[in-house]
Design a protein around this ligand. Structure first.
Ligand SMILES: Nc1ncnc2c1ncn2[C@@H]1O[C@H](COP(=O)(O)OP(=O)(O)OP(=O)(O)O)[C@@H](O)[C@H]1O
Length: 498
């Protein structure tokens, strides 16, 4: 049973974790990682406890009871019948009392998941909690959740305790009956003292397993509730796995044709059309919330469905197998995620590259020098989420990653977070190197990137409202010119670029 339980739990863990890698991003947007982790730990633990312990007894004890019952009947069927008259009552009460345990267990597991969520929010936002002095407020609401989980746990404990009491009492009754009735039979000479003692001894082998049954049934119900919650993930329909590996060689790298998209009820893209040819650098600019990042999310196939047509490398996105398509798209996003491992592994992401190639990519990304200054160079551990590196260093690592990937299409989301001037320049140079000779779409926040682009798309309210080069757009005196005058004209004057 131990072997089977370990295997089953490992399979369940793998199945749930694998599912997470296949979940559609819109679905993941609606889930909380604290709840997900709770399912992978607390709920799986419930199932494990049942398989390790109660499952075994749930099979063994009824078998023992049946075998014992057969032998008791053989010894003296009248005494057996009289002693076991209480068993159906016990069974009935057990069923009645354990019935709601699975619902209570589910409620308890949900409350434990809420506690996990709160823990994760507190730990993830610990600097905000401290700097905004949120400690008391947060702990107060956390205490409320803990108290609620205790309340729900107590309801289950109370049911189990009542059950244990009733079953303990009812399993005692057969002994009283068999002692009383058995003594009469011995007096009458229709049973020997030895026979009665053997009967009572055996009766113990029947009533003890039956007395334990409610506990095992309670655990079975709780495990079922845990399993239900795990299957809430496993049963979600995966992201599309169909499609083909098509040819990446194409002059027409990317095109949107009248694309409309909504997050749920909220319309975001209102019929966007544009195309990018091989080798072009196109900058997306426009007011916050206009839909620039949403365009990236559609290109990588993260969000569906949409209206209109999106083509990559001359084929509509639905013809591509997404895994293959993503091989040739490199994304550098604003919030760089680094895994808690070495710098080298964060750049290669587990793929096989020669050290020369890794160094060359890091040099282009302006990262090599700072990496070599670290105690363990490329083998330096970066800490959770890259906590041991500065914001600019993290960005350069993610640029090195993208350069090494050497994908045909680069999607860059320039960071808006403030970096000091030197770090900013380093990142800027790294981005320019990454874009060299590569088809690039960049959500641009820096004037130099915008000016270097072959074309600029101005996005507002989910539509391309202007398109052209920097000079052409300034001449139009439209939205771009307004944005430029508001955000950048002073930069040009200071740097003497204009
Ligand atoms: N996952 C999501 N679910 C629901 N709404 C979303 C989601 N992501 C973005 N939005 C909404 O879609 C709109 C467009 O967001 P998007 O991130 O594409 O804008 P953006 O132009 O990139 O903005 P910014 O320049 O501030 O990054 C916003 O109103 C935003 O609130």
């Amino acid at each position: 049973m131990g072997y089977l339980s370990e295997r089953a739990i490992a399979d369940l863990r793998y199945k749930a974790t694998e599912k997470f890698t296949k979940l559609p991003i819109p679905k993941l947007d609606t889930m909380h990682s604290g709840d997900n982790l709770s399912k992978l730990t607390n709920d799986i633990q419930l199932v494990k406890r049942f398989l390790d312990w109660d499952g075994y007894f749930l099979i063994l004890r009824p078998l023992m009871a049946v075998a014992t019952l057969a032998y008791l009947t053989y010894l003296n069927w009248q005494l057996t019948l009289a002693s076991l008259v209480f068993i159906p009552i016990m069974m009935y009460l057990t069923m009645k009392i354990t019935q709601p345990i699975s619902n209570y267990s589910k409620a308890l597991q949900e409350e434990l998941a809420n506690i996990n969520k709160a823990n994760q929010d507190i730990l993830g936002g610990i600097q905000i909690v401290k700097s905004f002095n949120l400690k008391d407020r947060i702990l107060e609401s956390f205490k409320g959740q803990v108290d609620e989980s205790v309340k729900r746990g107590r309801v289950i404990a109370l049911r189990r305790a009542i059950l244990a009491g009733i079953s303990g009492f009812l399993t005692f009754l057969p002994f009283i009956v068999s002692f009383g009735l058995g003594s009469l039979l011995v007096n009458r000479g229709s049973m020997s003292v030895g026979g009665l003692l053997a009967f009572i001894n055996l009766l113990n082998q029947l009533s003890w397993p039956l007395a334990q049954l409610p506990n095992h049934i309670g655990s079975y119900k709780a495990a079922g509730a845990g399993l239900d919650r795990i299957y809430e993930i496993v049963d979600i329909v995966s992201e599309r796995q169909t499609g083909e590996k098509l040819d990446f060689e194409s002059e027409n790298v990317l095109s949107f044709n009248n694309v409309r998209f909504a997050y749920g009820e909220k319309d975001i893209l209102q019929g966007i059309s544009f195309h990018i040819n091989c080798g072009e650098k196109v900058a997306l600019v426009g007011p916050s919330g206009g839909g620039k990042s949403t365009i990236f999310k559609l290109i990588t196939g993260f969000y569906q469905p949409y209206e209109g047509e999106i083509s990559l490398f001359n084929n509509t996105i639905d013809k591509w197998k997404l895994d293959f398509l993503r091989e040739e798209i490199a994304v550098v996003s604003q919030d760089t995620y680094l895994f808690p491992t070495t710098i080298k592994e964060n750049i290669t992401l587990g793929r096989n590259f020669s050290m020369e190639a890794i160094i060359a990519a890091s040099q282009k990304a302006n990262a090599h020098n700072f990496i070599m200054e670290l105690a363990d160079g490329y083998d330096t551990m970066v800490g959770e989420r890259g906590a041991k590196l500065s914001g600019g260093q993290r960005q350069r690592i993610s640029i090195a990653r993208a350069i090494l990937k050497d994908a045909k299409l680069l999607l860059l989301d320039e960071a808006t977070s403030a970096l000091d001037t030197e770090s900013e320049q380093m990142v800027q140079q790294a981005l320019e190197k990454a874009m060299e000779g590569r088809t690039t779409m960049v959500i641009a926040h820096r004037l130099s990137t915008i000016k270097n682009a072959d074309r600029i798309l101005v996005i507002e309210g989910g539509a391309v409202v202007e398109e052209g080069t920097h000079e052409q757009l300034l001449d139009k005196e439209g939205l771009y010119s307004k944005l430029y005058n508001k955000d950048f004209s002073h930069v040009d004057q200071e740097s003497g670029v204009a």
